[in-house]
Design a protein around this ligand. Structure first.
Ligand SMILES: [Zn+2]
Length: 229
């Protein structure tokens, strides 16, 4: 009998609540001021403003479900206009769409452990800025990065690693050699990756033409992102 009552209550409550209330709801007040990126090309400054606003929502536990609806998916069916290329670590705690509280079609993601780039990653970035008109490339490092820590332990304490992890370590090593702590190495690595990106002839030209900006950032695991000028 108890089981029947529980089932009955569940079914009737579902009927009264209706589907709309089960689905995630939007914060209408926030949505009023939230500019949904469209086909118009934003500037790097406008792009940074959107990312900062999204991070503040995330940091304050005010994230909204945004730009994932069927309407949004259909609007992106024939093209994408991501206003930021974000080069971040593969770390499961540093997912760009979550920490910047954005949806589909907003961020063009490049993710390799240690937020390093190789020729494939550079090719992906070049594609985004050349063919999708993304105005911003943001390289973001983060607190307690395991990849940088591996490189740090390799350089400072001669800790050995196996396999292709060494390919990533090799890229981060120069940044570690220039610094005296893990956090310093994380910051230096972000700077060096940004320099490597700026050295791509395609990107260099777009930067000189003021069509693209390359910026650096740091994510603290408490949720805050600092985007450097
Ligand atoms: Zn990391």
């Amino acid at each position: 009998m108890k089981k029947f009552l529980l089932f009955f209550t569940l079914i009737t409550s579902m009927l009264f609540v209706g589907c709309d209330n089960i689905m995630p709801t939007f914060n209408e007040k926030t949505m009023e001021t939230y500019k949904i990126p469209s086909k118009e090309v934003l500037t790097a400054d406008e792009s940074i403003k959107l990312l900062k606003e999204g991070n503040i929502r995330f940091l304050n536990d005010k994230s909204i479900v945004t730009n994932v609806s069927s309407e949004r998916r259909n609007s992106l069916r024939n093209g994408q206009y991501p206003y930021a290329v974000v080069v971040s670590c593969s770390d499961s705690r540093v997912t760009p769409e979550l920490i910047f509280n954005v949806g589909l079609g907003e961020i063009f993601d490049i993710r390799i452990a240690g937020n390093v780039v190789n020729s494939d990653a550079l090719g992906s970035i070049e594609y985004a800025v050349s063919y999708l008109n993304s105005p911003l490339i943001l390289v973001i490092g983060h607190e307690n990065c395991g990849a940088v820590e591996a490189a740090y332990n390799n350089v400072k304490h001669n800790v050995k690693f196996q396999g292709n992890i060494n390919s990533i370590i090799k890229k981060i090593k120069p940044s570690v050699k220039e610094t005296n702590s893990l956090d310093e190495a994380i910051h230096k690595n972000v700077e060096n990756v940004a320099l490597e990106i700026k050295n791509s002839p395609i990107i260099k030209k777009l930067v000189e033409e003021n069509k693209v900006a390359v910026k650096t950032a740091y994510y603290s695991l408490d949720g805050g992102v600092v985007i450097n000028d």
